[in-house]
Ligand binder design. Structure first.
Ligand code: MLT
Length: 278
């Protein structure tokens, strides 16, 4: 793996940049880092350049002063991703996948910089904003993390992140996920939760997206369930100018890239080949 470090407005950000060929950008979910995509990074790099950042605060990336207190908006994370592409001198439009929080960021990237995205992969994500109760729970978790001084309050998410089958038959996935959550700082949890709590409902804007889309969801996902994905896929298809596909991943809950890596890799590779006319 090749880690690269760069600066956005004085904030140090890290990303994996491996392989050669047309670029695929992979955005991780909350409260994780780029290693949730390890299986895809390893498999896709023989045909593609794979760029997998640690989003602001996560993994080896830093936060800016005030990010934990103010929250980091999805548009800020998206601006960091575009700055990363600029720094890597990638001006051609890319294929961009985002899981869950990465998906919220993907919406902002494609809505604000449509010329930079040729294909969008919303993966186990949502287009709606939070209802009042989950929004309040985010602020509570942010405060609990800051009080604990670590990310431990986020560990309660684990049972909902994984499908029942994964938890029973593939305990190593849960071990890896737990270690990843434990690596993140209290400030990072607070920054992202406060940012996600304030994220906008993008459903009314999806018909403006003309990039082709591949919508991926685990059949056992209880955080962003398949029914919700089918609803936003219909909105995406409304522009009539884009190709919108849905792939449901068996044997997986919310963390499809870790729970059924081969199926997710195959879907991403096929879509990217189509986007790049390979
Ligand atoms: C994620 O996987 O990124 C989170 O479940 C997103 C969220 O908390 O909405």
């Amino acid at each position: 793996m090749a880690q690269r470090l760069f600066n956005v407005e004085g904030v140090r950000l890290a990303c994996e940049d491996v392989g050669s060929g047309p670029p695929i950008v992979l955005l991780h979910g909350f409260p994780l880092d780029h290693t949730m995509w390890n299986a895809q990074i390893a498999a896709l790099q023989s045909h593609f350049r794979v760029i997998a950042p640690d989003l602001r605060g996560f993994g080896d990336s830093h936060l800016a002063d005030g990010d934990a207190e103010n929250g980091v908006g999805m548009e800020r994370y998206a601006a960091d991703v575009i700055a990363l592409l600029d720094w890597l001198q990638i001006s051609e439009p890319v294929v961009l996948a985002g899981l869950s929080m990465g998906g919220y960021i993907g919406w902002q990237a494609v809505l604000r910089w449509p010329e930079r995205i040729r294909g969008l992969i919303p993966c186990d994500t949502r287009a709606a904003a939070d209802a009042d109760e989950p929004r309040a729970a985010r602020f509570k978790m942010a405060e609990a993390a800051m009080q604990a001084g670590n990310s431990s309050p986020a560990l309660v998410m684990i049972p909902r992140l994984l499908g029942a089958e994964t938890r029973e038959l593939r305990p190593e996935v849960e071990v890896a996920l737990r270690a990843m959550i434990e690596r993140q700082s209290a400030e990072t949890v607070a920054a992202a939760q406060r940012g996600m709590a304030r994220r906008e409902d993008v459903r009314g804007k999806l018909d403006a997206i003309t990039a082709d889309s591949l919508c991926i969801v685990g059949v056992e996902d209880v955080i962003s369930p398949p029914a919700e994905l089918h609803e936003f896929a219909q909105l995406l298809a409304k522009s009539g100018e884009d190709d919108v596909r849905i792939v449901e991943i068996e044997h997986a809950g919310h963390m499809t890239p870790m729970e059924n890596p081969a199926a997710v890799t195959a879907a991403i590779a096929a879509f990217a080949r189509q986007c790049y006319n390979l």
